[in-house]
Design a protein around this ligand. Structure first.
Ligand SMILES: Nc1ncnc2c1ncn2[C@@H]1O[C@H](COP(=O)(O)OP(=O)(O)OP(=O)(O)O)[C@@H](O)[C@H]1O
Ligand SMILES: [Mg+2]
Length: 257
């Protein structure tokens, strides 16, 4: 039996802990293929020169599949956002810089985001009419071939101790090959859920001015990203995700946000 040095995060279906200089994420119900896929996503990002923790192993711990990586000492951008409230714009700028670097890396290893959206929407508990609406929306959008982390958010970005290296990106579970606009929509949703609409909107403005993306092209993906997130969401998150989906549906396809 492992006695962790520290539990980093405790979720209903997984625990992330620090042990002997390593970080282990133990999934209660995931099968081996899902955990191996996350490990593959992480390894492929590192191979493409994205700063990620080094992968050590995927193994069974007391009957559960677990992913072990190097533990990155440092501060997450989420901790920085809380400890230095005035730094919000700087945190968002650092987040966008890391995101644009990821989006510039080779995505050939990754599964298609459109295929993933398709299967998650079809498997979801959403009503048939909403599913048809979402599938129509998905069909009309460009698939893209960009590396999308799909949860670039302050919690998943670590500033290593010492400050000489750049930001390290963790949590490659949802990463795919797809549209950069969908990746930005995913960040908007994470920020909206965690920090509120004002922060999400500030991010969107900064993201659009840092590159060539347009707000209208990003918000088109919001109901799809919300549907994609539904299966892994908490009760509180589910309410907001359903609001985003039904809000868009209700307004005849143009996003009310
Ligand atoms: N290799 C690592 N080194 C240091 N800290 C890490 C590492 N991996 C993850 N963490 C910390 O643990 C937190 C949870 O890990 P991760 O994001 O992989 O799990 P998760 O289940 O997807 O959690 P969440 O639901 O918060 O996204 C991260 O937000 C990060 O702060
Ligand atoms: Mg995470």
């Amino acid at each position: 039996m492992i006695k962790p040095d520290r539990v980093i995060a405790l979720r209903t279906d997984r625990t992330i802990f620090q042990y002997a200089g390593r970080c282990t994420k133990v999934y209660l119900h995931r099968d081996c293929t899902q955990v191996l896929r996350e490990a593959g996503n992480l390894a492929a990002a590192r191979k493409a020169a994205v700063r990620t923790p080094q992968l050590f192993e995927v193994k069974r711990i007391e009957g559960c599949w677990a992913l072990t990586t190097e533990y990155v000492r440092g501060e997450t951008l989420a901790q920085r956002m809380i400890s230095r409230e005035g730094d919000r714009a700087a945190v968002l700028a650092a987040m966008i810089k890391a995101q644009l670097e990821v989006q510039g890396a080779d995505a050939s290893f990754y599964r298609s985001l459109k295929d993933e959206f398709h299967s998650r929407i079809m498997r979801s508990m959403l009503g048939e009419d909403v599913k048809v609406f979402l599938m129509d929306r998905l069909t009309g959008l460009e698939g893209g071939s960009t590396l999308c982390h799909m949860d670039i958010s302050p919690e998943n970005l670590i500033l290593p101790e010492g400050g000489t290296q750049g930001i390290v990106i963790v949590d490659w579970e949802c990463s795919c090959r797809g549209s950069a606009e969908a990746d930005a929509a995913a960040s908007w949703l994470s920020l909206d859920l965690e920090y509120g609409r004002e922060t999400a909107e500030e991010y969107l403005q900064l993201y659009c001015s840092a590159g060539s993306a347009l707000r209208k092209d990003i918000v088109q993906w919001l109901p799809l990203v919300a549907a994609y997130r539904l299966s892994d969401s908490s009760r509180r998150e589910r309410e907001l995700l359903l609001d985003v989906i039904s809000g868009t549906y209700k307004y005849g396809g143009s996003c009310s946000i």
